[in-house]
Design a protein around this ligand. Structure first.
Ligand code: GLY
Length: 401
């Protein structure tokens, strides 16, 4: 017999699980369909930075969305602790960006100016003051400290969300979706084994969302952007008290004593998951350059995540005009962990028909189409992080799985 739900969520990453969890708390019957394991992809691979001020290069709606979501984290972490019993290790310890080149000083000073004008806290730290803050760090030419950015443990966030959705929703792992149809106010989702129906569908399929978005007639290009990361364990008496960012790496100290060193941004690698010697070498060189005091840290492990790359690196959120019962939560690129709480709130409002504040409209399909029509073809191409080195992977195209 065909099973029916209020909402089906495609994708069991941080975004899909947060949306499902919120809807279930509003008494909806929710099914999560995940092609692999809950949290088995980019969400658990993330370094877990809550870099609202770090990650955004200019003022505007995206910056404000990131700040809004960061502000939701203390309550989100507490609610998850109460529902799952798991502490996601939210820390509010700031991010220090150190400049090693004159042009980076100029860029960070511009950032200081606009972020302060936006009402955020940001502080210039002179090079001579850095050793007192972070003895293992190279002071470079000084840096910008963002005290309100922080981090969580992404693997623990996913364990907490997994436990919460398993308690409150139906969950199918290993469920490969073969067809979706959305007609006359209802959606049918076919997997290899079963067909499910619901009043609403949420597409939250991370780097795999492109196919669903294209099938819905939405011209929003999503593709995987590979990230390689590693972790080290500092020797006794060494470490960092806050996240450090340079043009080569970020170093995120975790409550388990390790430091996550990230991340490559590899465009054109498709769904390839190889750990490469070249990338690991560059991350380790970046670590040694940024924090010479950590150069003899012990190597812990290395791994790969596939970010859902999107135009400008910004997400697309809310209903598809031609199919008002189909809702998108896609294209979060580098900021899926950071944007999970606000995405949950936006999708909840979208599905339950709650009023939408004006500040969320720039991320709707309708607003995206208006912008696309207004901007000359190819002008909105930026996807890479403006502050870090990126690569385009060499070699033949890697096939989608
Ligand atoms: N948010 C950091 C990254 O995607 O590497």
């Amino acid at each position: 017999m065909r099973r029916t739900y209020d909402t089906i969520v495609l994708g069991g990453g941080a975004i899909g699980c947060t949306v499902a969890w919120r809807l279930a708390q509003r008494a909806m019957r929710v099914l999560v369909l995940e092609r692999g394991r809950i949290g088995g992809e980019a969400s658990s691979a993330a370094a877990g930075m809550l870099g609202a001020q770090l990650e955004v290069g200019e003022p505007g709606p995206f910056y404000r969305l990131c700040v809004e979501s960061r502000g939701m984290y203390p309550a989100f972490a507490q609610a998850l602790l109460e529902d799952s019993g798991i502490d996601i290790q939210y820390v509010h310890n700031g991010i220090l960006q150190v400049a090693h080149r004159a042009e980076e000083v100029d860029a960070l000073r511009r950032e200081l100016t606009w972020q302060t004008a936006e009402g955020a806290r940001a502080e210039w730290i002179h090079a001579q003051d850095i050793p007192a803050l972070e003895p293992d760090v190279s002071p470079g030419l000084g840096g910008l400290f963002l005290p309100d950015d922080g981090n969580v443990s992404a693997p623990l966030l996913m364990r907490a969300l997994a436990r919460a959705v398993h308690r409150r929703c139906d969950v199918r792992e290993g469920a490969e979706v073969t067809a979706v149809s959305a007609e006359s106010g209802r959606v049918d989702v076919r997997t290899v084994e079963e067909t499910f129906s619901a009043d609403h569908l949420v597409v939250a399929a991370g780097a795999w969302a492109g196919r669903f978005v294209a099938d819905l007639g939405v011209n929003f290009f999503i593709r995987p952007v590979k990230g390689q990361l590693l972790a080290v364990r500092p020797r006794a008496g060494h470490g960092l008290t806050r996240t450090l960012h340079t043009h080569q790496v970020y170093l995120v100290p975790k409550r388990d004593g390790t430091i996550v060193v990230g991340a490559t941004e590899e465009h054109g690698a498709g769904y390839n998951r190889d750990l490469t010697a070249d990338a690991i070498l560059r991350l380790l060189q970046g670590l040694r350059h940024a924090a010479p005091g950590l150069a003899d840290a012990m190597f812990d492990r290395a791994w790969v995540g596939l970010r859902p790359g999107s135009p400008k690196g910004e997400p697309l959120l809310g209903p598809v005009p031609e199919h008002p019962n189909v809702h998108l939560a896609v294209g979060h690129f580098r900021n899926g962990i950071l944007l999970s709480p606000v995405t949950g709130a936006i999708l909840e409002a979208s599905i339950l028909g709650d009023p939408w504040p004006e500040r969320w409209r720039p991320f709707t399909v309708a607003a995206w189409r208006d912008r696309e029509a207004a901007v000359p073809l190819g002008a909105e191409k930026r996807e890479a992080h403006p502050k870090m080195e990126t690569t385009t992977t060499r070699g033949e195209e890697v096939r989608e799985r």
